[in-house]
Write a protein that binds this ligand. Sequence first.
Ligand code: TYM
Length: 348
Amino acid sequence: MAAKPRVLSGIQPTGGIHIGNYLGAIRNWVAQQDQYDNLFCIVDLHAMTLPYDAQTLRARTLELASVLLAAGIDPARSVLFVQSDVREHTELCWILGTLATVGELRRMTQFKEKSKGNERVGAGILFYPVLQAADILLYDAAYVPVGEDQKQHIELTRDLAIRFNHTFGETFVIPEPDIKPTGARIMSLTNPLKKMSKSDPDPDSRIELRDPPDVIRRKIRRAVTDSETVIRYDEEHKPAISNLLTIYSLFADIPIPELEQRYAGKGYGEFKRDLAEVIIEKLTPLQARLAEYDAHPERVIAILTEGAARARELAAAKMAVVRERCGLGLPRLESLTISPLQTALSSQ
Ligand code: TYM
């Protein structure tokens, strides 16, 4: 049987995983587990690029692993690991960084957003996408399932892989982004022109996977809507209700046109009440599994330890090839035309 194509994706342990992360990425990782050979990485090194607290980062890394497992990542079918447990990520990041240009890194949307208005911009923010490229290329991933906001980073990854292959010979697989037509850009509940984000200071802007039912009901009730009261999908003129329709459709697995029909002539109030219940229905079993993992951190740590061991095996094999291609390290004795022994003998 032919080997399944490899998939790799990552997520930052920066707190409050929300339904945007879930609908845009995690849910697809879970659904496609049988189709691919999967690696999922908790990218703690990426989370260091903005000011953070060491104890909190470590706690969030474990917390995020529990969320991913509760969401359905199955350690029997997917390798789940923590990025900093596999040193090869940082090594390959350095090598790829020598091929990237400062100009292209400064043009990344994320760099522009995160550095805007800041006098002191950490160099980690500039290097962020190079580390992401290393995450992907290290494992020969063919597909990278992500939300829309990661598209530019995958394009840079492809460029760096092509550049490396061109300079040093065919080494890396050129990965494809796997971005779904629906759900790849879930918007904020308080401002439908901004994407839902972990870093938004307003917690009402997002629904977190750990939010209890009452909080979900309140946040949906308070979600902004558009001026006219018709429930119709129209991203340009009705961005708020279009976003809520997308969320409803993905959680309930009902196509958007069917929802439009179902709510024809009905008001936002009824629609929102139903939407909150649909979300709660999906998150309740996830939260029950999460409570199990929270109560048994040793299980989560064992899964991550095993995941790291498997990832390290793959990464070490790939880096041996990369080092060889780049001319790093000492030459192998058998590759020398005159061995040190021969040299010693001939001078006698
Ligand atoms: P992160 O942690 O910001 O987000 C994790 C995943 O969630 C998706 N996402 C969304 N999807 C839809 N709507 C939203 N509002 C929304 N917000 C977030 C993201 O697109 C992402 O797929 N740079 C990455 C982490 C990373 C990575 C990698 C990803 C590091 N190395 C290698 C893929 C492959 C990030 O910041 O994700």
